[in-house]
Each structure stands twice: as structure tokens, then as C-alpha cells.
Design a protein around this ligand. Structure first.
Ligand SMILES: [Zn+2]
Length: 314
């Protein structure tokens, strides 16, 4: 039995789990991210939670994978500037956990980790080229090419959410206008609907609420869905035209209402992908659900140390 410890560091919570060799999460604990603003407190809490998890499951762990939202350096194991945990910048949880548990530890961007998990244990099994896309408060993803996580220069994580779709579109956090994320992430759906002259409501609008309104036939919400379908379809068509992958795997909170979007997205993609074999590209939903980030953290470890990605680092 080769269980892997998993740590997921996100904007709202820090979660810890144990993942078995089949990619199943067998234990889970979490704490709010705001409770670990000081790095040393966070490292201690994560170590404690991992120890409790191994004791509760009776599993010895062969390694630990860490997935984190935001910039990380998978080569050095150090965090970049995490805007939700600024005091963690430059720290190495990899070093601390290796010292405490005496097992190898891997750090990965959480979208890359989830892409690895879907490729190894989820909807992308048997697909050697796949792109994982998560649509929620932003748009991010991970790219697997020929069975391996694609890393850019200096190990950089590609930012598929910042492909520009419409130069006349809204200003994005990156400084450009009309990025995919600025047009089609959940908050962009909300901004568009609230900006329409016929919109009137005192309730707080969310992407989830827009989808609920669309299900009951609200005309403006249905237009918001049509708009979302168009922009998601264009962004995905771009990815297919550039990479011609075997599969696109969709995830994230907006995709919880995927049945509103999928047929329309396929139609937009058919219009935009005429010179590549789109019919062979599988468009599918992620299969690992809410636990994808923890399972991904474990898979990132598995990829690095069980699959021997190490040589890529030299
Ligand atoms: Zn941008």
C-alpha cells in the first residue's frame, strides 16, 4: 500500500488528505486560510493534520504532494507571491515537510496538479494530450502533452485564462483588455448581467444564481448563458486550433451547470475549428469532483517521484 499525503493551499482553506494508490481520497481535514497567515503557524498546522490523518487511516505515506493556488516554483519548492497568504512568499513547505516526515515532497500549481490527476486517475485516462480548464472565479488550467505536464520556460505555468478573446473587452487584472477570464469567468457573467438596462434586483447576483435563473427560463439569464457559451466556445476553439489535443476536460464552479453550456460550446467550436480534426477531440467534464485539488496534489507527487519526472528538472 503506497498512500500519498496531500496538501491543498487555496484562497479560502488549507486542506490535507491521504490518497491511496488508486487515486482515492481516504481522509480529509481542513482549516481556514486566514488562520494560517503566519507561515510557521501554517507549516505546524499542516504537519499536525498530516500526522493525525496518517494515524487515523493507519497508513504510512511514501511521499507528500502540495498543490497551491497562485505562483509556485516547482523546481525550488518555494512559494511565489500568493496574494491570499503574502507572508508565505519565498517559504519552502517542501523543505519543512521533508524534514518532518523524511519522505520526498513535491509542489505544483493547483491547476497543473488537477490536470495531472484527471490525466492519471480521472476523465483523461488513456488520453496522452489533454488540456484541463477550470472556470470559476477565474479561468485557469493545465496542459498535458505526450503524457507529461507541459512546463514553459523556467518551469512557468501557462496562463490560458489570459488569452485575449476581444481586444475591445473589459480590462483584465493582467492589464490587457478582453482576456478569456475577464469575459467568461463567473464574475464576468455577473458583471455583464448587472450592466444590462433591464436588470433589476436587490439580491446579490452570482454565476450560480444566473444558472438557476436560466433553468427557470429568465430571459436575461438565458442571454447571459448564450454570451457565456460564445466566449467559452471561442477560448476552447483557440486551444484546439493551437494544440489539437485528444481531450479538453472542463471543471470549476461554473461547470457545475455544464448542461446549460456544453451543446452550445460544441456548436461554437465547430464554427471555429475547421482545419483541425475537432471530431476527434473529446470535450468532457472533470471526474474527480470536489476533491480534485487534493487528489491532484498527490498525483503531482506520483508524477514526480513514482513516474520519474525528476530528469526533466536537470
Ligand atoms: Zn488577462
Amino acid at each position: 500500500m503506497n498512500a500519498i499525503g496531500a496538501v491543498d493551499i487555496g484562497g479560502t482553506k488549507v486542506a490535507v488528505g491521504i490518497v491511496n494508490e488508486d487515486g482515492r481520497l481516504i481522509s480529509r481535514m481542513e482549516a481556514p486560510s486566514r488562520s494560517v497567515e503566519v507561515y510557521s503557524d501554517g507549516a505546524r498546522l499542516i504537519t499536525d493534520m498530516l500526522r493525525q490523518s496518517t494515524q487515523a487511516t493507519g497508513q504510512a505515506i511514501v511521499g507528500i504532494g502540495i498543490g497551491a493556488t497562485g505562483p509556485v516554483n516547482p523546481f525550488t519548492g518555494r512559494f511565489g507571491d500568493l496574494d491570499f497568504l503574502p507572508q508565505w512568499s519565498g517559504e519552502s513547505l517542501v523543505d519543512d515537510l521533508e524534514r518532518d516526515f523524511r519522505v520526498p515532497v513535491a509542489l505544483e500549481n493547483d491547476a497543473d496538479a488537477a490536470a495531472l490527476a484527471e490525466a492519471g486517475w480521472g476523465a483523461g485516462r488513456s488520453k496522452s494530450r489533454l488540456i484541463y480548464v477550470t472556470v470559476g472565479t477565474g479561468i485557469g488550467g493545465g496542459i498535458i502533452l505526450d503524457g507529461r505536464l507541459y512546463r514553459g520556460v523556467d518551469g512557468a505555468h501557462p496562463e490560458i485564462g489570459h488569452q485575449v478573446i476581444d481586444t475591445g473587452g473589459p480590462l483584465c487584472s493582467c492589464g490587457l483588455n478582453g482576456c478569456w477570464e475577464a469575459l467568461a469567468a463567473g464574475p464576468a457573467m455577473v458583471r455583464w448581467m448587472e450592466s444590462q438596462p433591464e436588470y433589476f434586483s436587490s439580491e446579490e447576483l452570482t454565476a450560480k444564481r444566473i444558472c438557476e435563473l436560466a433553468y427557470v427560463g429568465n430571459a436575461l439569464a438565458l442571454r447571459a448563458i448564450e454570451r457565456e457559451i460564445f466566449y467559452l466556445g471561442i477560448g476552447l476553439a483557440n486551444l484546439v486550433n493551437v494544440f489539437t489535443p485528444d481531450a479538453l476536460i472542463l471543471s470549476g464552479s461554473v461547470m457545475k451547470s455544464a448542461d446549460l453550456f456544453l451543446n452550445g460550446i460544441r456548436k461554437v467550436m465547430r464554427q471555429g475549428c475547421r482545419f483541425v480534426p475537432l471530431e476527434k477531440v473529446k470535450l468532457t467534464l472533470a471526474s474527480l469532483g470536489e476533491d480534485a485539488n487534493l487528489i491532484g496534489a498527490a498525483r503531482a507527487w506520483h508524477e514526480r517521484f513514482a513516474h520519474g519526472e525528476k530528469h526533466v528538472f536537470q
